[in-house]
Design a protein around this ligand. Structure first.
Ligand SMILES: [Zn+2]
Length: 255
């Protein structure tokens, strides 16, 4: 099976950044069939709301990975929407120039906040997908900054010309799948948490396989187990191929 991993943190809380560690990860990933890996950055190393300078250093690390393994790694530019339009634009421009192919958002703010507007406009103008951290946070105080599927889906509804990737199928579950219906610009990734029997099958039934992207969330999760959720699912071979490879290949214009 050919695989593209749309959700990975090769460097996490400072570890994994040496050349031997990175080479080892690439070797191991390739042994499992992973041909490309999207590097989202060391997103929480400076806390939930990094400064412009901290974002630059995180994105520079991603750029280092792209330099070492340009055929394997794909960079997403990590941004903080609360910093405002100018810092967003300048960091995004810098990342686009370095060949990054998407935007990563974590937990600086909720996806429904008005601060998202300049960022989404910038994403629209640069035609880049936005991968938004999402979790089941309904009725929890953490929802202030951790987007619930309701929030990420509302974001996709508000900006129909921007591709939004709602992260963590196993973190938002059945409710998130139902929220994601009828939003053609919204994709979900299969990353995070422990496997849950029947969940991917349910997502394919409700959304079709076209808007589902394989992701792992390494190093928090183990690659073999994340791949097994897809290969072991009770869905047809064509759906598996789409989820593991061709949907991301098309979305990221890799051909
Ligand atoms: Zn992640």
């Amino acid at each position: 099976m050919r695989i593209i991993d749309i959700h990975a943190h090769p460097i996490f809380f400072g570890s994994g950044k040496s050349r031997p560690e990175v080479d080892q990860l690439v070797r191991y990933s390739r042994s499992l069939g992973i041909e490309k890996m999207v590097c989202l950055g060391d997103v929480l190393v400076h806390g939930p709301s990094p400064t412009a300078k901290q974002l630059r250093s995180i994105n520079d690390q991603t750029r280092q990975l792209l330099t070492w393994h340009p055929d394997f790694f794909i960079g997403f530019c990590y941004l903080n929407p609360t910093l405002g339009e100018k810092p967003i634009r300048s960091e995004l421009d810098r990342c686009v120039e370095a060949g990054f192919r998407g935007i990563k958002l974590e937990i600086a703010n909720n996806a429904r906040d008005p601060v998202m507007r300049p960022l989404m406009k910038a994403a629209e103008q640069s035609s880049l997908p936005v991968l938004q951290h999402t979790w089941d946070t309904l009725n929890k105080p953490m929802r202030k900054t951790h987007s619930d599927p309701k929030d990420t889906c509302l974001l996709a509804k508000r900006f129909p010309s921007v591709t939004v990737i709602m992260a963590h199928l196993y973190g938002f579950g059945i409710r998130g799948i139902l929220e994601a219906q009828d939003l053609p610009n919204l994709y979900i990734d299969t990353s995070s948490c422990l496997p849950f029997a029947g969940l991917l099958e349910y997502a394919v039934e409700k959304l079709g396989p076209e808007r589902i992207l394989y992701g792992s969330d390494i190093p928090i999760r183990e690659l073999g187990q994340c791949i097994g959720r897809v290969t072991g699912a009770d869905i047809d071979e064509d759906a598996k191929k789409r989820i593991l490879y061709s949907n991301s290949n098309t979305l990221l214009n890799l051909d």
